[in-house]
Design a binder for this molecule. Structure first.
Ligand code: NAD
Length: 303
């Protein structure tokens, strides 16, 4: 429960992820000041006692640390550097934690241009989907100074699984780890769709094919667990839009370019995600590239 020493948390971005994360912060007793461009997204958290602020600057001015959970680096840039952004309200020595899936650039520029303000900045992107956000069981990858990570750990623990809140390195390392996890997961999805479509078309029973893959060295968490969402329930996970997945794949490609690594496989995966986005719409689930293969063989893959 809240005490006189419990920090007030400012939270900006109450979407699929932020709504669950703020509910868990509230349940853990942290006073909240929140904003979003969609005021309606705050209804539940305000009913629970959170305070609304009209701008990011107001959120920063009335809280002890500010968390952002926004779609893309452009949104993060606007919310931090805009006229009524975080930098216009945060006190010198204040703390900003960006939990968005993003790239190091925005925070790096803030550190460079505002080095005299003593700000404490962490990147702390997450894995675990909206279900993990709602359950307070996110995996969190934190980049930044060790002292800061330990100081904010109780706040992160209200949103994530304490065992899987990892300090992965200096500033930017959290973003990099998160982007590489997503890149590999999206690659697993496309690879799995491809082999299940070909195997099924070749006449193998889908359950037998999947069991054989699980028993083989080609097994993966995707084959064993995540693909069941589609095979059993026809659920392509609308909790994470394919448009956001394309954004992540673009950021991951940008990271590869910035460090000088050629990534042909990642390029193919990104093209397939883009095709799915065009065919099924921006808000279709992140697993809809699977449906490209189902369409191609003229049947849905279901157990
Ligand atoms: P979302 O689009 O559902 O939510 C983003 C929220 O930010 C929206 O409520 C939007 O209105 C708000 N917003 C946008 N611009 C704003 C501004 N200028 N000021 C205030 N609010 C603004 O996105 P999400 O699914 O919650 O994802 C957020 C981040 O978390 C993304 O970077 C995403 O890649 C990452 N992520 C998402 C998932 C998932 O399963 N949804 C999982 C892991 C990581």
């Amino acid at each position: 429960m809240a005490t006189a020493t419990t920090p007030t948390i400012g939270f900006i971005g109450l979407g699929n992820m932020g709504s669950g994360m703020t509910r868990n912060l509230q349940a853990a007793g942290f006073p909240l000041v929140v904003t979003d461009i969609r005021r309606e997204s705050a209804a539940q958290i305000l009913a629970g006692g959170a305070v609304w602020a009209d701008t990011a600057a107001d959120v920063a001015a009335s809280s002890d640390m500010v968390i952002t959970m926004l779609p893309t680096p452009r949104h993060v840039d606007d919310v931090v550097n805009g006229e009524s952004g975080i930098l216009a309200g945060i006190a010198d020595g204040g703390t900003w934690i960006d939990m968005s899936t993003s790239v190091p650039d925005v925070a790096a520029r803030v550190r460079e241009h505002h080095s005299n303000r003593g700000l404490h900045i962490l990147d702390a992107p997450v894995s675990g989907m909206s279900v993990g956000a709602a359950a307070g069981m996110l995996q969190i990858f934190v980049g930044g100074d060790a002292d800061d990570v330990e100081r904010v750990r109780p706040v992160l623990e209200a949103m994530g699984d304490p065992e899987r809140i990892l300090h992965v390195g200096s500033h930017g390392a959290g973003y990099a780890v998160k982007l590489m996890i997503n890149q590999l997961w999206f690659s697993h999805l496309v690879a799995t769709a491809e082999v299940l479509a070909v195997g099924a078309r070749a006449g193998v029973d889908l359950a037998v094919l999947r069991d054989s893959l699980i028993a083989s060295p080609a097994n993966s968490t995707f084959v064993e667990r995540d693909v069941l969402s589609i095979l059993q329930h026809g659920d392509y996970d609308e909790g994470f839009a394919v448009a956001l997945a394309c954004k992540d794949l673009g950021l991951s490609a940008d990271l590869a370019v910035s460090v000088g690594v050629e990534v042909p496989l990642s390029g193919l995966v990104k093209d397939l995600y883009q095709q799915a986005r065009e065919r099924y719409g921006e808000q279709a689930g992140e697993m809809t590239p699977f449906a490209l293969y189902e369409d191609a063989i003229g049947r849905q893959l279901r157990l």
